[in-house]
Design a protein around this ligand. Structure first.
Ligand code: AP5
Length: 221
């Protein structure tokens, strides 16, 4: 299963990718997570990416395409993967098609999660991420058991640098201009499933599974 998750910042791509990765036993590949790790580790890639990420703009296509090209040939990707945050431009989508075509395969499904701007700002302003293991929380909608501490590993929970309201607005603009055209791109290829992303996280997960022709865990129990 090669699945692409589309949606504006804060739509719940990361939240749903984690669940889908577990369900299908395939890796979640988040270009945002890969870039944030590079920034944290102060690598060459990280110092290049930082200025784009801090301003809410996109890292150049050739850089992220190179990351994906190397990542999807890793052994853990042999049964498929979930792409979270890639592609984000038509050029990235075309490069992905080309990469897959060369190895005789293609994207199986694209799920577009849609959420309104007001809800996005509420979600991103309250998002907290574990500095150690990367687990995601929300101070109101998905709080940790102990404030500021990760349930999974005990790590410190922090707010992402790009989750300031001003940067969120810049990211939304970039999404509308550069990423939204992918909806029509994948609709044209008959790969698109549109899922309303407002509501309970588990219900949204079930709706995605249903769109993919899978039995939801609730229905199966
Ligand atoms: P990236 O990390 O990909 O950020 P994004 O696309 O802006 O998406 P987010 O991670 O902000 O949101 P999400 O949809 O994953 O939402 P989440 O599940 O966390 O990219 C960051 C930057 O890296 C970019 O700006 C760019 O610079 C660069 N970059 C990355 N990929 C690139 C690419 N391909 N090309 C070029 N540059 C690239 O949910 C958000 C919050 O809401 C959480 O707190 C969660 O708990 C909560 N929540 C989730 N679902 C629900 C729900 N149903 N109800 C209530 N709360 C919910």
């Amino acid at each position: 299963m090669k699945l692409v998750l589309l949606g504006p910042p804060g739509a719940g791509k990361g939240t749903q990718s984690v669940r889908l990765a577990q369900h299908f036993a395939i890796p979640q590949i988040s270009t945002g997570d890969i870039l944030r790790k590079a920034v944290k580790d102060k690598t060459k890639l990280g110092s290049l990416a930082k200025k784009y990420m801090d301003s809410g703009t996109l890292v150049p296509d050739e850089v992220v395409i190179g990351i994906i090209r190397e990542r999807i040939i890793e052994p853990d990707c042999k049964n498929g993967y979930i792409l979270d945050g890639f592609p984000r431009t038509i050029a990235q989508a075309e490069a992905l098609d080309e990469m897959l075509e060369r190895i005789g395969t293609q994207v199986d499904h694209v799920v577009n999660i849609s959420v309104g701007d007001k809800e996005i700002i509420k979600r991103l302003a309250g998002r907290r991420t574990c500095i150690s293991c990367g687990a995601g929380y929300h101070i109101l909608f998905d709080p940790p058991k102990q404030e500021g501490v990760c349930d999974r590993c005990g790590g410190k929970l922090i707010q992402r640098d790009d989750d300031k309201e001003e940067t969120i607005r810049a990211r939304l603009k970039v999404y509308q201009q550069q990423t939204e055209p992918l909806i029509a791109y994948y609709k044209g290829k008959h790969l698109l499933h549109s899922i309303p992303g407002e509501g309970n996280m588990e219900e949204i997960f079930s709706a995605i599974l249903e769109a993919l022709g899978e039995k939801s865990p609730k229905a199966g129990s």
